[in-house]
Each structure stands twice: as structure tokens, then as C-alpha cells.
Design a protein around this ligand. Structure first.
Ligand code: SF4
Ligand code: SF4
Length: 326
């Protein structure tokens, strides 16, 4: 029997999602035996024309990581949508926009100004900027268009399933691959991870009181972090109350607060807003008096880079989506 065809593709991402596929170790060999990999640019030399020549729907499933920032990425994901039965948004950037999505606080012009003109290490006396088309003596050179706005995968093409995480952990990947091979997938649109908040599975949960008494918000490098106590009790912002579980509490076990890479639980649209409301409801007592709205505001004002803290992985997927364009 013919093995199902599988594609891996990457858009705007750091490459960590590709590494996590390699981290499957011996399971990768089992996957390679069970499926026919037809595209994996980071590891194997397939060409776009090979995919274009396929019948529509011929690829059983395409795992796409990365957000959509460039015209070339948009073309590729549209091609893969046409040729694939299932599309899985693989990792935080495809799922929610991820770290590249923080670019939505700027525009193409302001990013180009910084990167190609103002950065201290730049030597560009003529102020040359990348162009989509450039005439040269032997013809025309083309570069993909750089969009003003970073999009999630499902803001570009319909997505069937989401594998969350920065990167998704190997056990969740294998569970998803086995479910696909066995035809035992949940309803379309599902995130293939538990819909519980990380706090519910966190080993420090017992030390998280009903109401918190935070006097000062700190950044991790400013204190010696207690390895057992809830980070919020220690005055560190931990996105556990607003983040989906399933990662194996990776950061918590490394004594770092959760930054929210698994995104919100089912039914929550805006992870950042959810975290802000979780903090506001937790902040109940200070020296046995209720905190006033002013006290809470004073505390939240201490968060350096609040947008980057609460929307680190999810800005393009949030209600804010991007900074308003001029
Ligand atoms: S806030 Fe963070 S450290 Fe505290 S219980 Fe939740 S996930 Fe664990
Ligand atoms: S602890 Fe939070 S940031 Fe770290 S891997 Fe888990 S969900 Fe992602």
C-alpha cells in the first residue's frame, strides 16, 4: 500500500520547530518508514515544481511552521493548502504569530530603517533597501515582498489542526502523527494539546495562594529564584494562568516562569487580556487590606514592556493584532 505523503515547510520562524522534528530521535525513523516525505526544505532537496506537479489533495498532511511575513511564504502555503488533505499549523509562530509576530509593533518602513540604515553595525552609505525587483546587467533579480503585517497561518489559509509550542514537544508531535496515521483525529480546528491551564498541571501550584500580595514586580535576573515556589508569589510574571498545558512544564522545571508559548486554552481569544484579568483578580490583599484600582495600576506599571510580556507569542492572533498603521 502506498505510504501517505507528508510535507514539512517553514515560513517566518527561527528553525527550532525543524529541530524538534529531528529531536524525535529514533521515532523519526518510524515516521520516515510510515510516510513518504515529499517536502522538507531544511533537510531534503525537493523543488517547488515537484509540488506544483502533484494532484490537488495528493499530500496527506502538511506540517507548516512559522508565521507568514513574506510574499513567498504566502505563495508556498497557498500551494500546500491546494495540494494537501490536512494542514497542521506547527508551533507557536504558525499557530499565533509567535516571536516574529512582535514585528507587528512596527511597519516594513520602520523595520527597514532600523535594520538597513540605523543599526550601529550597518555600513550602507547609499541607504540601499531591499527591492522586490532590481535590474542588473544580466536581467532582473527578484526578492519576496516583505509585508507590513505578520500573519498567523490561519489568517492566510484554512488550517485543520494546531500543534502548539515553541517548539511543540516530541511527545505531542508523535501523538499527532499516530492519530493522523490511525485516522483518529478530533474535530477540525482542534489544538492537539490538553485544554487545561498550565497552572493546573504545574508542580508549584500548591504554593500559589488564592489571593496574592505582590508588592513589587521583578524580572527573573533581578532575584535569586526559589525553585519550588510559584513565580507569581515571588513577584515574577508567569503566564501559567492564561496558557494551555501540555508542554511538560518545560520552563517551570528549568526555574523560569512561563512565557505563554502554548497559547490560550479553548474558548479564550486573547491570551494577553486573559493574563491581565487573571493578575487583576489574583491581586486581592496587601497587608490584609484590599488593593485599590490605583494600587493594581501602580503594580502593573512596573511591568517593563507589558505588550511584549503579555503578547510575546500571540500578538497577531490577539484582538490587538498589530499597532495601528499611520
Ligand atoms: S503561575 Fe506559574 S509557577 Fe505559579 S502555579 Fe501557575 S504555572 Fe506554576
Ligand atoms: S512553560 Fe510556558 S513558555 Fe515554557 S514551554 Fe511551557 S507553555 Fe511554553
Amino acid at each position: 500500500m502506498a505510504r501517505p505523503k507528508v510535507a514539512f515547510y517553514w515560513c517566518a520562524s527561527c528553525g527550532g520547530c525543524e529541530e524538534t522534528v529531528v529531536d524525535l530521535n529514533e521515532d523519526l525513523l518510524k515516521v520516515a518508514e510510515a510516510v513518504d516525505i515529499v517536502l522538507w526544505p531544511v533537510a531534503l532537496d525537493f523543488k517547488k515544481k515537484d509540488i506544483e506537479a502533484m494532484k490537488d489533495g495528493e499530500i496527506a498532511v502538511s506540517f507548516i511552521n512559522g508565521a507568514v511575513r513574506l510574499g513567498e511564504q504566502e505563495e508556498w502555503v497557498k500551494l500546500l493548502r491546494q495540494k494537501s488533505g490536512l494542514i497542521v499549523a506547527f508551533g507557536s509562530c504558525a499557530h499565533l504569530g509567535g516571536i516574529p509576530g512582535l514585528g507587528n509593533f512596527w511597519t516594513r518602513d520602520t523595520i527597514f530603517q532600523r535594520v538597513y540604515k540605523d543599526a550601529p553595525s550597518i555600513e550602507n552609505p547609499e541607504g540601499t533597501l531591499p527591492q522586490v525587483k532590481t535590474g542588473v546587467s544580466v536581467g532582473e533579480l527578484a526578492l519576496p515582498e516583505f509585508y507590513d503585517t505578520v500573519k498567523t497561518l490561519d489568517q492566510t489559509i484554512p488550517v485543520d489542526y494546531y500543534l502548539p509550542g515553541c517548539p511543540p514537544p516530541p511527545d505531542l508531535i508523535m501523538k499527532a502523527v499516530n492519530a493522523i496515521l490511525a485516522g483518529q483525529l478530533p474535530e477540525k480546528g482542534a489544538v492537539l494539546a490538553p485544554s487545561k491551564a498550565l497552572c493546573d498541571t504545574c508542580p508549584r501550584n500548591e504554593t500559589k495562594p488564592e489571593k496574592l500580595s505582590i508588592k513589587e514586580i521583578k524580572r527573573p535576573w533581578e532575584i535569586i529564584i526559589d525553585p519550588k515556589e510559584c513565580f507569581l508569589v515571588q513577584g515574577l510574571i508567569c503566564l501559567g494562568p492564561a496558557t494551555r498545558s501540555g508542554c511538560g512544564e518545560r520552563c517551570i522545571k528549568a526555574n523560569m516562569p512561563c512565557r505563554g508559548c502554548f497559547g490560550p486554552v479553548d474558548g479564550v481569544v486573547d491570551q494577553g487580556a486573559k493574563m491581565l484579568s487573571a493578575i487583576a483578580s489574583l491581586l486581592g490583599v496587601e497587608e490584609e487590606k484590599s488593593m485599590t484600582e490605583k494600587d493594581v495600576q501602580k503594580l502593573v506599571d512596573q511591568v517593563v514592556d507589558p505588550a511584549g510580556t503579555f503578547y510575546r507569542f500571540s500578538l497577531p492572533a490577539s484582538l490587538l493584532r498589530r499597532r495601528r498603521m499611520e
